[in-house]
Design a protein around this ligand. Structure first.
Ligand SMILES: Nc1ncnc2c1ncn2[C@@H]1O[C@H](COP(=O)(O)OP(=O)(O)O)[C@@H](O)[C@H]1O
Ligand SMILES: [Mg+2]
Length: 328
């Protein structure tokens, strides 16, 4: 992992944020403990988002007890694709993405055939807390399976890519596109083996890619370049992310979004302790940007004004966006 340390060291001079600083100066300072359940429980996040008119994957049902597992058939109805996940899970663990039915069984997005009993067993594991944050009892959530927009076909292997934006007090500070690989089993979580690609805040153009903390240029499965890709509806994603501050009240969050083929941008989840690898994919330290936002907030505060999500997006795009190359 020498390459990784070299990259990290080089970034240190450019305001890289380490885990201690993140926890002390951002997570603890800006995230009120009492608000954690809103982001730590995906069912509560969904309810909040719906109330605020923010689009999320439709929830088909919730299973809270062993006895309720009998309701599974009823919840799925006649559908042939759906997702089952632990309400308090993290890192992609315990998530089952069913893409199809096959001869009385189901086919997962990575091609594995599983029986109804296996799904019931998975739900039972979720309920006992196998995947939940503190290991305490959890609920299983059954929801709409997102079908990714065609744009991602050439740079993604099965599954759904997601867009992560770190938001400080409603100001987006850094963005990353996460692409599933064969290794990540259709999930866009970096430590499952997904690729992280930096995104220019101003234009939505992808920057460089990182895979398992190494810098890469091509998707390992599709062999297509991951940089220079224009994400559609970029300002829509930026506004959606900025508005999540009003939605949850937490000042330092990672907002995870997806682009559904039919339903457009959707919020997948919010994270109160967003990871730091986003800095490698953007070749830029977070503190350079968080300090600029904090200075902005101080100035606005002194003047007694606040900014709307649109104004906040404009500020960060002008401040942190890459300068387009000058012709000639
Ligand atoms: N409704 C869904 N449809 C399709 N894929 C999904 C869905 N929900 C999650 N996934 C896949 O699983 C990954 C992890 O899901 P997420 O809800 O963010 O949970 P976690 O907290 O474990 O990261 C996503 O990045 C995505 O690739
Ligand atoms: Mg996630």
């Amino acid at each position: 992992m020498f390459g990784f340390w070299k990259t990290w060291k080089a970034l240190e001079a450019r305001g890289i944020m380490g885990i201690n600083r993140r926890n002390a100066d951002y997570v603890l300072k800006y995230n009120k403990r009492s608000l954690y359940p809103i982001v730590d429980d995906k069912i509560i996040t969904k309810e909040r988002a719906l109330a605020a008119g923010i689009h999320v994957p439709e929830m088909y049902g919730v299973i809270s007890t062993e006895k309720e597992i009998d309701k599974l058939d009823e919840i799925i109805g006649g559908r042939s694709d759906f997702v089952i996940k632990p309400a308090q899970g993290a890192g992609g663990d315990g998530i089952l993405v069913v893409a199809d039915r096959f001869e009385g069984r189901y086919r997962t997005v990575s091609g594995k055939i599983i029986s109804h009993e296996e799904i019931e067993h998975q739900i039972s594991s979720i309920l006992t807390g196998l995947y939940s944050l503190g290991g305490h009892r959890d609920r299983a959530l059954i929801e709409y399976r997102v079908v990714p927009d065609q744009i991602f076909k050439s740079i993604s292997y099965e599954g759904v890519p997601d867009i992560r934006i770190i938001v400080l007090m409603g100001y987006p500070v850094m963005a990353m596109l996460r692409l599933p690989t064969r290794q990540s089993g259709g999930k866009a979580n970096l430590h499952q083996g997904a690729i992280g690609v930096g995104v220019d805040l101003a234009t939505g153009l992808t920057l460089r890619g990182t895979w398992l903390n190494n810098i890469i240029t091509k998707h390992p499965d599709t062999t297509n370049a991951v940089d220079g890709v224009q994400l559609p509806n970029w300002d829509g994603f930026m506004k959606l992310a900025a508005g999540c501050y009003e939605l949850c009240g937490l000042g330092y969050i990672g907002v995870d979004m997806v682009l559904d083929q039919e339903k457009g941008p959707l919020i997948l989840e919010l994270n109160a302790r967003p990871g730091l690898n986003i800095q490698i994919a953007n070749d830029c330290g977070l503190t350079l940007r968080t300090h600029a936002v904090e200075a902005r907030l101080e100035a606005l505060n002194a003047a007694g004004v606040t900014e709307t999500p649109e104004e906040r997006v404009k500020f960060v795009q002008e401040m942190f966006g890459h300068i387009p190359p000058v012709e000639g």
